[in-house]
Design a binder for this molecule. Structure first.
Ligand SMILES: Nc1ncnc2c1ncn2[C@@H]1O[C@H](COP(=O)(O)OP(=O)(O)OP(=O)(O)O)[C@@H](O)[C@H]1O
Ligand SMILES: [Mg+2]
Length: 336
């Protein structure tokens, strides 16, 4: 059995290499880690999903990837390397602004928040083009119209509309259009479908898959839905209380989960288990930011195995097969 952290440094073939990332928030005068010692690669041309319950640190991780963590948050340590860009955490000002949009862009958890309520969508596209130094703004607008059409939106209507004139599903697509219009290499999608009804959800997921295949961008897809992971993601990282507890190629993680938390996430979904009788929701709640254990395994209080060592020692990342890593004292020896 191999035990080690992630591979060192940015490799060729990575759209992003995150190393030893810790992000803290200050609450009542004390700092607490919301993301802790995370190592993660986003492989170029692939969709990497990040899954975990509410509060596990998914959005904080994505904001760090834009070097956009705001007070009371702070990036305490680590690096986030993009090829040809370097460590985004060392950039600021104009250089950072250029990277956001040109290299990496984000579709926010509620796309409403990323749209300007006072400006028509087309004007927002032009602003984006201007702020990124695109001389040919018409070409960018043409690209916006093409993206709209690809997402079954009427560009004449959408580009002249204000956000309040659009439905939730349309706004979400506009968010995706704005994230893609400058042709970034990496797109961060923060729960792009949670605010939508089931039909619009599957439509938007289908659109994302088609766009990604056609344009070959890399994506980090944040979700709390293992079904979405199964449908869309090449790789998946499972987060719990700020830590990545398991990561690997999606089929390996789904068919052979090695961490008890991943196993419960899979068992809580009827369409993955295929049998309603076998659905077993995970009892209890994840810890809040201020109650995450500072030593030992962060999952131990909800773990049905809870070995004594988990109270004092953090499990190291280990691997029993290529492209599949997990952090658990039980070494994958789970008895069901
Ligand atoms: N501005 C803030 N101040 C203090 N704590 C914060 C702040 N933003 C987030 N947190 C805390 O950091 C932790 C991670 O939050 P984050 O929003 O990254 O989780 P998430 O996985 O995206 O959750 P969700 O699925 O609900 O979107 C949570 O405990 C949250 O309460
Ligand atoms: Mg979030």
């Amino acid at each position: 059995m191999a035990t080690s952290a992630a591979p060192r440094g940015a490799q060729t073939g990575n759209a992003c290499a995150i190393r030893d990332l810790t992000v803290v928030y200050r609450v009542e005068g004390k700092e607490y880690p919301a993301v802790r010692e995370v190592d993660l690669d986003v492989v170029a041309g692939e969709i990497t999903a990040v899954i975990g319950e509410s509060g596990s640190g998914k959005t904080t991780l994505a904001m760090a990837m834009l070097n956009a963590v705001q007070p009371p948050g702070r990036i305490a340590s680590g690096s986030i390397e993009y090829p040809e860009v370097g460590d985004v955490l060392t950039l600021h000002g104009r250089a950072l602004q250029r990277v956001r949009g040109d290299y990496v862009s984000m579709v926010f958890q509620t796309s409403q928040n990323s749209l300007n309520p006072l400006t028509r969508i087309g004007a927002q596209v032009m602003d984006l083009a201007r702020s990124h130094g695109h001389r040919d703004k018409r070409a960018v607008l043409k690209e916006a119209a093409a993206l709209c059409r690809q997402m079954s939106l009427d560009p004449d209507r959408v580009l002249t509309a204000y956000q309040h004139e659009l439905s939730g599903g349309m706004r979400q697509r506009v968010g995706i259009m704005l994230a893609l219009v400058l042709g970034p290499r990496l797109v961060l999608l923060d729960e792009p479908t949670t605010a939508l009804d089931v039909l619009s959800q599957s439509e938007v997921l289908q659109i994302l898959r088609d766009l990604q295949r056609e344009r070959q961008f890399s994506a980090l897809l944040i979700t709390h839905d293992m079904g979405v992971v199964a449908e869309l993601a090449d790789r998946v990282a499972v987060m719990y209380a700020g830590r990545v507890v398991e990561r690997g190629r999606t089929p390996l993680v789904l068919t052979n989960p090695q961490h008890p938390y991943t196993r419960s996430l899979i068992q809580s979904i009827p369409r993955l288990t295929g049998d309603l009788d076998e659905v077993r929701p995970l009892p209890g709640l994840p810890p809040s930011l201020t109650t995450i254990p500072r030593q030992g395994c962060v999952f131990r209080d909800r773990c049905r195995y809870h070995p004594a060592i988990a109270d004092t020692q953090e499990p190291a990342m280990q691997s029993t097969e290529p492209d599949h890593w997990f952090a658990c004292h039980l070494g994958g020896k789970l008895d069901d």
